[in-house]
Design a protein around this ligand. Structure first.
Ligand code: LLP
Length: 465
């Protein structure tokens, strides 16, 4: 059963279909399930040509399943949309905080994208994945001297966030080997998303206040060890409106102009990430093509108005690149029925592999991978296995009659799930497999009990004699 079939209601199949009669290519961020999701002859969910129920038998449960085709499609759509809509140079970089691991980096790098890293650890991961430093941009509001030194010695570009960092960089870099920097500012642009993931409003810990910029520009201009290349802003995440990024394009071009007026050479403008994805039927994000097109038009218009040459235009999506390309498969376990109140089913993971529901009240959709066309006859709450009442993955999920041993698949878990996972309750983090054209390969080993105590040290005096 393919994505193009007529709409099916009240079975899990509905989650595999586009939200509306989409014209042209389907944008991965508008789909609840990966693009290759289909149902096989055994009425089971297949992703990347692999039967999800069999994948659990092969790799164990729970399991992150990453669809390579969907991830590559999202990368390509971003890249191509810039080429179509922007007359100047452009570069898309992956905000690797969304999912930093060797295989994800390798796939994205092979599509020609660059990388945004926010810690020495993310930088190390991208370098170990073989990504050259000229494609890596180092973010963060409190980078340590060691991290800056590391990034400098590797040759990355630094997204400078504050005065302390500027001072440290001026000490670390030399005028013979200057360090490339971009300056991050908080543009004062509001967008509608969860408070914790808004960053562009003035009361934010990230970046320079625009009022400080004239002073920052002069300071940088007088230091030949700092090679200023441009400006950056990121206004938030999981955004469905196009207007904030259009406004941002205009505002940023004005700041580019004042950098030029201060005597700096401006080559690059980075408008951050933020495009949302569809976690539920109610979510209606623009396509990658629409989002990129709107942002490009705003920048082109502002440059034309100010008679400014087009800078190299960059953006740095995380969620909309990996979010929809991955699902998490769990095994259903215990069940608790509270008459006239609620029925719980519990799965063999929860807030340790997906902390987003408990952190941001995020809502997800799930399907029963081993009985895809069964009617959605139950409204039940899917709980995790952690010792915490709030460890609920989905409230009031519509599912078929479930039994212990069923395979429950939560959709859209590629972004900020593995990367925010923990070992709460000393539960081992799941394995991850990448699937493509019927082949599945491990990309993250499942943690073992031994892994859980690997960093533990027991001082001699505490050992039992
Ligand atoms: N650039 C910067 C500077 C960022 O801070 C972020 C995300 C991005 C790009 C990528 O944004 P995206 O395209 O993924 O929206 N843990 C939260 C999301 C935090 C986002 C942090 N910054 C969540 O699970 O919703």
């Amino acid at each position: 059963m393919l994505l193009t079939q007529p709409k099916t209601e009240n079975t899990s199949l509905q989650y595999l279909q586009p939200s509306s009669e989409t014209e042209g290519e389907i944008s991965p961020n508008q789909m609840l399930a990966p693009l290759t999701a289909r149902v096989n002859e055994s009425d089971r969910l297949e992703i990347g040509g692999c039967d999800v129920t069999e994948l659990l038998a092969q790799f164990g449960s729970p399991l992150y399943i990453l669809d390579e085709y969907t991830l590559r499609t999202a990368c390509r759509q971003y890249r191509d949309a810039f080429i179509r809509h922007y007359p100047g140079a452009s570069q898309v970089i992956f905000a690797s905080k969304a999912w930093s691991c060797l295989a994800v980096c390798a796939v994205i790098a092979s599509e020609g994208l660059g990388f945004d890293v926010v810690s020495g650890g993310e930088l190390y991961t991208t370098r170990q994945a073989g990504i050259s430093a000229d494609r890596i941009y180092f973010h963060g509001n409190n980078k340590s001297r060691e991290e800056l030194q590391y990034a400098y010695s590797e040759g990355c570009t630094i997204m400078v966030d504050n005065w302390l960092e500027l001072e440290m960089l001026a000490e670390i870099a030399t005028s013979e080997t200057p360090i490339a920097i971009m300056v991050r500012l908080t543009p004062g642009i509001e967008c509608h998303t969860h408070d914790y993931i808004r960053t562009g409003h003035l009361d934010s810990k990230f970046g320079f206040d625009p009022n400080q910029l004239p002073e920052v520009f002069t300071w940088i201009r007088d230091r030949p060890q700092l090679n200023f290349i441009g400006l950056h802003a990121h206004i938030g995440s999981q955004i469905f409106e196009r207007q904030p990024h259009q406004d941002l394009g205009g505002v940023m071009v004005e700041w580019l102009q004042s950098a030029i007026a201060a005597g700096l050479q401006v080559k690059t403008l980075n408008i951050g990430g933020g495009l949302g994805i569809r976690y539920t039927e109610a979510d209606d994000p623009p396509s990658i093509e629409e989002w990129v097109g709107a942002a490009c038009r705003a920048v082109v218009k502002a440059c034309d108005t100010h008679n400014l040459p087009y800078p190299k235009l960059m953006c740095e999506p995380g969620r909309s690149l990996v979010g929809s390309s991955c699902v998490t498969a769990y095994t259903v376990g215990s069940r608790k029925e509270i008459p006239d109140l609620r029925t719980y089913i519990a799965v063999d993971g929860g807030m340790s592999d997906n902390p987003r529901p408990i952190t941001y009240q995020s809502v997800y959709r799930a399907v029963l991978a081993n009985r895809m066309s069964a009617p959605l006859s139950e409204t039940i709450t899917v709980a995790g296995k952690h010792c915490e009442s709030g460890d609920v993955l989905i409230k009031d999920a519509k599912l078929p009659q479930t039994r212990a041993g069923d395979v429950l698949v939560v959709l859209g878990t590629g972004a900020y799930n593995n990367s925010m996972a923990s070992n709460y309750n000393r539960i081992a983090r799941p394995a991850a497999a990448i699937v493509n054209e019927g082949e599945a390969s491990l990309i993250l080993e499942r943690e073992t009990y031994a892994d859980l105590i690997r960093q533990d040290r027991l001082p001699q005096r505490l050992r039992e004699s």
